[in-house]
Design a protein around this ligand. Structure first.
Ligand code: KIV
Length: 320
């Protein structure tokens, strides 16, 4: 790979020009929790995207996003599981470490997978510590809405910034009646509001609102002092998050109503690989320029050597 090294914070070709604090309060600075809090105060939208490996992290970095989440959606988008439930902590930490290697400026958040934090505060802290120690994450995220407030509080007390998640929390989609929007009655909406408040009080630095009616978000936002990042929660949140594979059109499966496709990369990938396959089958690849050459006298000598009966050949010297 031959991309020229960039100074952290230097905008890549094609990236949106940085505004005063679009890449951190100081030019070239990393996005920190205080940058995000300042964004909320100034009413400047926060951009969050998921990434699951080194190249997607490099893309997020070059595009100038603020927060990168190594989401447990990796289970489906890159590991091929049918839902987010089977992905393990080991798998998530491995993916997060790859993302870290491709990322400098955005805040990096690791998503605690199903089964890695619910059992006890000790388990939650130990899992969060693995994201920080082994993968270099800046923060972690947990699901289960307000039921996770105690775990969130324990993780925050252990010195690890934590992000909450309310509304549709896919790890418990079955208990929530499937992959459907949450808070559609006043009573259920009140529960979503209470969940968000509980996570805020527990010390979360931010919270994700997923798949809740716009009216519910509008009503809850007044009580939110921490940044709220929405996904299918309307425009009133402090920022938005989308899954990398959804927004770029890499994922072939069903996508939710809130997904906006900004590219059709999968089609381009299939077309590229299909063209390569055609070229190989029709002997159009490789072309002369793709090969290595040997000096003519060496090539002639090789032919002589190969023509000699094996018994007469000098044993090959040197090492391979
Ligand atoms: O896992 C994930 O990708 C998420 C986002 C959709 C917020 O939790």
């Amino acid at each position: 790979m031959s991309s020229a090294p960039r100074t952290p914070g230097e905008p890549a070709e094609g990236a949106a020009p940085p505004t005063r604090d679009s890449r951190g309060t100081k030019p070239g600075g990393r996005v920190t929790l205080s940058v995000l809090a300042e964004r909320k105060t100034l009413g400047e939208p926060i951009v969050m995207v998921t990434a699951y490996d080194f190249p997607s992290a490099q893309v997020a970095e070059a595009a100038g996003v603020d927060v990168v989440l190594v989401g447990d959606t990796a289970a489906m988008t890159v590991l091929g599981y049918p839902s987010t439930v089977p992905v393990t902590l080991d798998e998530m930490v491995m993916l997060a470490a790859a993302v870290r290697r491709g990322l400098t400026t955005p805040l990096l958040v690791g998503d605690l997978p199903f089964g890695s934090y619910e059992g006890s505060n000790e388990r939650a802290v130990a899992s969060a510590q693995r994201f920080v120690k082994e993968a270099g994450c800046d923060a972690v995220k947990l699901e289960r809405g307000g039921q996770s407030a105690e775990r969130a509080s324990a993780i925050a007390a252990a010195g690890i910034p934590v992000m909450g998640h309310v509304g549709l929390t896919p790890q418990t989609a079955t208990a929530l009646g499937g992959y459907r929007s949450q808070g559609r009655t006043a009573e259920r909406a009140l529960e979503v509001a209470r969940d968000a408040e509980a996570l805020q009080e527990a010390g979360c630095f931010a919270v994700v609102f997923e798949a809740i009616p716009t009216e519910v978000t509008d009503a809850i936002m007044a009580g939110m002092e921490i940044p709220v990042i929405g996904i299918g929660a309307g425009p009133a949140t402090d920022g938005q998050v989308l899954v990398f594979h959804d927004l770029l059109g890499i994922y072939d499966g069903h996508t939710a109503r809130f997904v906006k496709r900004y590219a059709a990369i999968r089609e381009k990938m299939v077309a590229g690989v299909a063209e390569y396959a055609r070229d190989v089958r029709e002997r159009r690849y490789p072309e002369p320029g793709h090969g290595y050459t040997m000096a003519p006298d060496e090539a002639a000598r090789l032919r002589e050597l190969l023509a000699e009966p094996a018994a007469e050949r000098e044993p090959f010297g040197g090492t391979w």
